[in-house]
Design a binder for this molecule. Structure first.
Ligand SMILES: C[S@@+](CC[C@H](N)C(=O)[O-])C[C@H]1O[C@@H](n2cnc3c(N)ncnc32)[C@H](O)[C@@H]1O
Length: 253
């Protein structure tokens, strides 16, 4: 079993061509809903003492890590299971002159040996890939200093019995989706306090409509645009039907 219990990420969801498409719709350096703007809003709600030590789990192409370093003065370790992501993020880190503040490393969050504890752990759209949620949250709890904060967004599911279409979608990508409430409970069980687990599905829908509107302005070919349009419309439909949900979470060690 791999950490993700799904298809190998570099050969399936995060191929070099796939990343080009994702970035075209999410914006440069981002592979998650709302891209730069949503990450900017999430980070703006946090406090940023000088030299904050941050772990970005599943850093992807590095957009959040670069923002935390350049806008908030953080020192960031970004780890990711995909070589395609880490190789490209490392190259960009150098291009942006952030190598002193940001380190990118290949690794699985479940087995990674952290060099020290962190003030903040950030993650966006990563935990959907990880089936051992109890192990994940226990690992993250152990990687934070006392009083440190965990903040993340993630795909979730509704509480009803899933339709065949939804089950097939989850299976295709090897996801493990829980309800927003279940994630909140798992965080508490892992020892986190002041847990906030908020359903932001309507915002997810709004973001996806905005991204669809902007699709025609991208440099993607008509075929590439058509493929993304199908995927985005399907996500909107699943979310409007309540089967796919989007959660925002914050918790303290
Ligand atoms: C949807 S992308 C999000 C990337 C980035 N967080 C962003 O917002 O642009 C999900 C990322 O999680 C990474 N990932 C999945 N499972 C992981 C694991 N067990 N440990 C570390 N990274 C993982 C994938 O390789 C991928 O880069």
């Amino acid at each position: 079993m791999t950490a993700t219990d799904g298809p190998p990420l570099d050969d399936h969801q995060y191929t070099v061509a796939g990343l080009k498409s994702y970035e075209a719709i999410y914006g440069r350096d981002f592979v998650s809903p709302g891209g730069r703007q949503t990450t900017k809003e999430i980070l703006a709600r946090l406090t940023w003492p000088e030299g904050h030590r941050v772990l970005d789990v599943g850093c992807g192409l590095g957009g959040a890590a670069f923002m935390m370093a350049s806008k908030h003065g953080a020192s960031v370790l970004g780890i990711d299971l995909s070589h395609n992501m880490v190789d490209e993020a490392t190259r960009r880190c150098g291009d942006y002159g952030l190598a002193d503040q940001v380190t990118m490393d290949h690794g699985d969050v479940l087995s990674y040996v952290f060099p020290h504890t962190f003030d903040l752990i950030h993650s966006r759209e990563v935990f959907l890939h990880i089936h051992d949620k109890a192990g994940l949250f226990s690992t993250l709890h152990g990687a934070l200093r006392d009083g440190g904060k965990l903040v993340f967004t993630d795909y979730c599911c509704g509480g009803e019995v899933p339709s065949e279409t939804f089950s097939a979608y989850v299976q295709e990508f090897g996801y493990d989706l829980r309800t927003v409430e279940e994630i909140g409970e798992l965080l508490s069980q892992a020892g986190f306090g002041q847990v906030q687990a908020v359903d932001q599905t309507q915002e997810f829908i709004d973001i996806h409509y905005r991204e669809l509107d902007a699709l025609a302005l991208t440099a993607l070919t008509p075929d590439e645009q058509a493929e993304l349009r199908v995927g985005w419309l399907a996500k909107i439909e699943r979310a409007e039907q309540g089967e796919q949900r989007w959660g925002w979470f914050e918790a303290l060690r």
